[in-house]
Design a protein around this ligand. Structure first.
Ligand code: PEP
Length: 253
């Protein structure tokens, strides 16, 4: 049985005070986290240190929303894996579609970040997903194949199962239009199949594959009930303690 992993991607939301309020709201509800469910909060970089202090002793993990692949140096505006670890991160989102589309991140860059995250001891949450135009053209599987192959290039078998794959159809992110449980499950099954081809069936069976794209309390149960959907990467609905915790609880039933 793979554990469920529910991660909240706060994106560029919540200043310091707003972060304290949201984290305290989540801490109040932390007793509701079901056994076997890992909860990961990914606030903006500016709130990670305060989150680490507030979450001391609370069963919620921290993650960055991005990182650079170098350890240090003249990379103005960037954050390294070591810096994320120094404020308590154990996860990092890599290759989110907003990074790919708005900031021009390529599969090659995603691959460098994935390798650095793994070697630094972070668990990368690697985002892949097709646009609406690609889905309508019938090339979803090819797109996912190229993105996954690119992200995992030269990632050794003994490290890959620490990575989490997040299937996030671009057309479902922030649009209120989620993939149906069957649509998502088909792609998750395909991702597991290609992980089996790249590595082995044992690795494919162990790898956590999250769904992301307009996950809300009212659709989470249906999505998370599917055999190959091992969790969720949640955007909008993670900004309210009640809606995020409803999704966390839905993952256990
Ligand atoms: C995301 O940003 O990864 C995401 C899935 O956002 P939303 O839940 O708002 O669609």
């Amino acid at each position: 049985m793979r554990p469920k992993v529910i991660a909240g991607n706060w994106k560029m939301n919540k200043d310091a005070d707003g972060s304290v309020e949201l984290i305290n709201g989540l801490i109040t509800r932390s007793g509701e986290i079901p056994n076997g469910v890992t909860v990961v909060l990914c606030p903006p970089f500016t709130s990670l240190a305060i989150a680490q202090r507030l979450l001391d002793g609370v069963p919620m993990a921290l993650g960055g929303q991005n990182m650079h692949y170098e350890d240090e140096g003249a990379f103005t505006g960037e954050i390294s894996a070591g810096m994320l670890k120094s404020v308590g991160c154990t996860f990092v989102i890599i290759g989110h579609s907003e990074r790919r589309q708005i900031f021009g991140e390529t599969n090659d860059l995603v691959n460098k970040k994935v390798k650095k995250a793994l070697s630094a001891g972070l668990r990368p949450i690697i985002c892949v997903g097709e646009t609406l135009e690609e889905r309508e053209r019938g090339v979803t599987e090819q797109v996912i194949n190229v993105q996954l192959k690119g992200a995992l290039q030269d990632v050794p078998e003994n490290e890959v199962s620490r990575a989490i794959i997040a299937y996030e159809p671009v057309w479902a992110i922030g649009t209120g239009k989620n993939a149906t449980p069957d649509q998502a499950a088909d792609v998750h099954k395909y991702i597991r199949k290609i992980l089996g081809q790249f590595y082995s069936w044992n690795i494919a069976e162990k790898t956590i594959i999250q769904y992301g794209g307009s996950v809300k309390p009212d659709n989470a149960r249906g999505l998370l009930a599917k055999a190959d959907i091992d969790g969720a990467l949640v955007g909008g609905a993670c900004l309210k303690p009640e809606s995020f915790m409803e999704i966390v609880k839905a993952s256990a039933s």
